[in-house]
Design a protein around this ligand. Structure first.
Ligand SMILES: NC(=O)c1ccc[n+]([C@@H]2O[C@H](COP(=O)([O-])OP(=O)(O)OC[C@H]3O[C@@H](n4cnc5c(N)ncnc54)[C@H](O)[C@@H]3O)[C@@H](O)[C@H]2O)c1
Length: 274
């Protein structure tokens, strides 16, 4: 299935903040017409108002039977915001939620048990079409609707199907929150470069380009990341000196990232109970 169904029947976007607007930008760039989109947001950004001036329906009445409702409000807002769309539940409209922690069961409670629902977790590189989104559907999601969700989300990067919803908390902790870990790595590399005597602008450029290039190499290479790491590391050289610190089993990256990702996963589980 292509996005033709969305062009024909429309899409409703509930919440158009950072992720909602990143996704919307991807669809519009991919050729979706502005007037196929109804966005609901009590605090629309200037960009969203510009899109409304080009034909997007902002805070208008809902289409009768849209192809998709995409839920991009904060998990804490879901119970307040979703009843507005409840009349579209238990019908053919596919609901896609990107809210961290909000379970399919909670969404079924709010929308009706027969509502086709996909739970998805994108990440912010979506803003430049380089995100990755993991998806899982409830029993009401047939193959056509899953393909529709994938087509929609592939407008903002890659997609991956999960075996079950139980994997979603770990996905949220790894790739949903993950860009923040990488941005912090860039920040700390930059600060360390400055501490070693580099001018700030050069330290920033070197840190960003190194992460960008290493990420692209890891994605393009046939070898696993461990082999790519070894390729950088001369015996008794500079990289080996740094990795002695970073790969320390008690104080290096392995225990640090294990603890960070476990904390994010735990928070995702907690959000499902709030
Ligand atoms: N930012 C990320 O990296 C990221 C990644 C994956 C998933 N998510 C999920 O995406 C969702 C949105 O996150 P975000 O970072 O875009 O947040 P955000 O705060 O930027 O956007 C939320 C938007 O919802 C709007 N809103 C508030 N009340 C509303 C209501 N009653 N009806 C409609 N809209 C309402 C706000 O005005 C805001 O524009 C969250 O559920 C989050 O868990 C975010």
């Amino acid at each position: 299935m292509t996005l033709d169904l969305i062009a024909d029947k429309g899409i409703v976007l509930l919440g158009c903040g950072k992720m909602g607007s990143a996704m919307l930008k991807g669809w519009l760039d991919a050729g979706l017409s502005h007037d196929a989109v109804t966005a609901i947001d009590p605090y629309p950004s200037d960009w969203l108002k510009d899109m409304a001036a080009k034909g997007l329906h902002l805070n208008w009445d809902l289409p009768r039977e849209p192809a998709v409702c995409l839920l991009a409000v904060k998990p804490q807002m879901m119970r307040d915001a979703l009843p507005r769309l409840a009349a579209l539940g238990n019908g053919p409209t596919l609901f896609i939620s990107i809210a961290a922690g909000t379970t399919i069961l909670t969404l079924e409670d709010l929308l009706g048990r027969r509502t086709p629902i996909v739970r998805a977790m994108p990440n912010t590189p979506a803003a430049i079409g380089r995100g990755i989104t993991a998806l899982v559907g409830n029993a009401g999601v047939d193959e056509d609707r899953m393909a529709l969700a994938e087509a929609l989300l592939s407008g903002i990067g890659r997609t991956v199907r999960l075996d079950g919803e139980a994997q979603m908390d770990a996905v949220t902790a790894l790739s949903g929150s993950g860009p923040a870990y990488v941005f912090h790595l860039i920040e700390t590399m930059e600060a360390a470069g400055i501490a070693e005597g580099l001018p700030p602008a050069i330290a920033r450029e070197l840190a960003v380009a190194t992460v960008e290039g290493a990420g692209a190499l890891a994605a393009a290479a046939d070898e696993p990341p461990a082999k790519l790491r070894e390729n950088v590391t001369s015996p008794n050289g500079t990289t080996a000196a740094a990795l002695g610190v970073l790969m320390d089993e008690e104080r290096g990256f392995p225990p640090l990232l294990r603890a960070a990702i476990a904390a994010a996963r735990k928070r995702s589980e907690e959000l499902s109970l709030e």
